[in-house]
Design a protein around this ligand. Sequence first.
Ligand SMILES: *Cc1c(COP(=O)(O)O)cnc(C)c1O
Length: 412
Amino acid sequence: MDQNQPPHVREEISVEKLALLGGTPVRTSVLSYGQQWIEEQDIQAVVDTLKSPFITQGPAIDAFELAVAESCGAKYAVAFTNGTAALHGAAFAAGIGPGDEVITSPITFVASSNCVLYMGGTPVFADIDPRTYNLDPEVVRGKITDRTKALIPVDFTGQPADMEAFRKLADEHGLVLIEDAAHSLGASYQGRKVGTLADMTMFSFHPVKHITTGEGGIIVTDSEEYAEKLRLFRSHGITREPSMLTKPEEGPWYHEMHALGYNYRMTDLQAALGNSQMKRLDEFVARRREIVAAYDQAFAEFDGIVTPFQQEDTNSSWHLYILRFTRDKFTASRKEIFEALRAEGIGVNVHYIPVYTQPYYQALGYEKGLCPHAEALYEEIVTIPLFPKMTSEDIEDVVRAIGKVHAHFYKA
Ligand SMILES: *Cc1c(COP(=O)(O)O)cnc(C)c1O
């Protein structure tokens, strides 16, 4: 750039041509919004288990459950094939059934409310707080009826929901509190680790989440009763526990089916990978926070772009980083901004389409307009890449692409 040129000319030169319009993209290979970090020791842990006598229902499961329970200070952990199955288990353990209502957020993955439908219950959607994008406790309070059985707050992007308020509501109304913490492994709230705040807390180990087992999920809880129900549910409803059998004298082969469970068991191969990954959880979360600090600093200067607001009493573990492009500050819609970023080689995404606007939920009778803050948020958000393995060059690429798009579409 020629510093001797008058300012208005300099400004024009600084606006690079968007890749969408035929300019040179910031990157030639697409940077995904999230991905796992597998190292040699992870591979070795899986290989060791492959060579051992147990590839499922063996010792790696117990070790993994212990590692997750210890990392968040919970008494029990029950591993599942995936986070969705774990939520299904929690809904079962909570005793949700036909006629029961369960309140959750519309800004989440469909699994948060599908688990209620699996049990024949009715999901009820309450609006979000427009600052944190998390479920608003005051809106939830207004949705509680005598049919309400449970609350499922979601720690959206990794920032814990207002669990003190939800605990109070749950205690006041005798509700089960289930935390969808798929985004918040390693986060804390009022100095307490996520995993100790709800009656049951779900973590997911999908590759984009904080640690991975390929597919996998877990419920942590301090309740022995819930833990027992969860173990029963993940294995066909069958128990061999002598104290639970009606006819323990029958014989050593004997087992009983006490509930209609599923086969939702995690394999030892997955648990071995999970164990190995858990050793790096702190490092992964620290790196996510470092990237977020760089993003916050870089985007602070872009008028019209809202960066994630953080409540003082929360310490997010940052699953996602979401930028909100205030509609009236740009000449383009979110769709055009999204396409422009993709064209620059930035693997942006959108989290989430409000669940009740999905055709399946619409057919169940949920109406558009139910949660105005959630619907307004959906129109303006873009998720940008965030994962621990990102390099500083990757971060610079994202910032440069956002800069290009901002310069092009910003309404001065
Ligand atoms: C990932 C996720 C789940 C489900 O996890 P899976 O392991 O993919 O089944 C549930 N809720 C939220 C908010 C998630 O992000």
